[in-house]
Ligand binder design. Structure first.
Ligand code: PEP
Length: 254
């Protein structure tokens, strides 16, 4: 036992209207009500956040946004700020997902500011890092992870490093059906933990590091049993309550 509570989060991306998100919550809550010892979260679109905060109130399910700006307010058309999320009762936020880095020019420089801004607003930040297929083939996986982890966490106080969640998501495994092998996932996640340990050894023992990339009910148990894997960030398999609940159950058995 390492003392870290497993964390399983559903990243719905640009799926589910408000009505669909509410129907999902109604189907999920009874299925995870006895998932003792697992932190469960759903990450709806901005538009569904308020409705899902309401429909999950009093349950074990936490609600996370999929992005935010680092400023509290300002002339940033189309953006949403940390206090706006906190006011709604949102518990946290995914930051630096590879789809935001790739399609919306999310930079490590912005993430440097977003990470402490989330913590200051009382939001749990889930920082996504990971290499492309090309980077893995070139032998650059560790270089990429080192760069992202060091830069994106550079403005987080060392004493607070254990309060963030990091999701190792190899880009070649996201939405592709290709899953990292147990060895690849364990090796990369242990490396990320060691990077945190370079700054604060005791925080490395606390920080939760998830695996993400084509996790499903069939492969979850093996991945979640790995010593350094503290949970999963789930895309495709989180869109159905039954398959997401099966992954949550696998985390509870680890
Ligand atoms: C994700 O987008 O964070 C993800 C892990 O997606 P999928 O599970 O579909 O690979």
């Amino acid at each position: 036992m390492n003392g870290r509570t497993p964390f399983v989060a559903a990243n719905w991306k640009m799926h589910k209207t408000v009505a669909e998100a509410e129907a999902f919550a109604a189907a999920l809550l009874p299925r995870v009500s006895d998932a003792e010892g697992v932190d469960v979260a759903v990450c709806p679109s901005f538009l569904a956040l308020g409705a899902i905060v309401d429909s999950t109130r009093g349950s074990r399910v936490r609600v996370l946004a999929q992005n935010m700006h680092y400023e509290a307010s300002g002339a940033f058309t189309g953006e949403v700020s940390p206090p706006m999320l906190a006011e709604l009762g949102v518990n946290g936020v995914i930051l630096g997902h590879s789809e935001r880095r790739e399609h919306f020019a999310e930079t490590d420089r912005a993430l440097e500011l977003k990470m402490p801004a989330a913590l200051a607003a009382g939001l749990l930040p889930v920082l996504c890092v990971g290499e492309t297929e090309e980077e893995r083939e070139r032998g650059d996986t560790e270089r990429k992870l080192r760069h992202q982890v060091q830069e994106d966490l550079s403005q987080v106080d060392s004493a607070q490093l254990g309060d963030v969640v990091i999701a190792y998501e190899p880009i070649w495994a996201i939405g592709t059906g290709l899953v990292a092998t147990a060895e690849q996932a364990q090796e990369a996640i242990a490396f990320v933990r060691a990077l945190v340990g370079d700054r604060a050894p005791e925080q490395a023992e606390r920080v939760r590091i998830l695996y993400g990339g084509s996790v499903n009910p069939d492969n979850a148990a093996e991945l979640l049993a790995l010593p350094d894997v503290d949970g999963a960030l789930v895309g495709g398999a989180s869109l159905e309550a039954e398959s997401f609940a099966a992954i949550v159950a696998a985390a509870g058995r680890r």
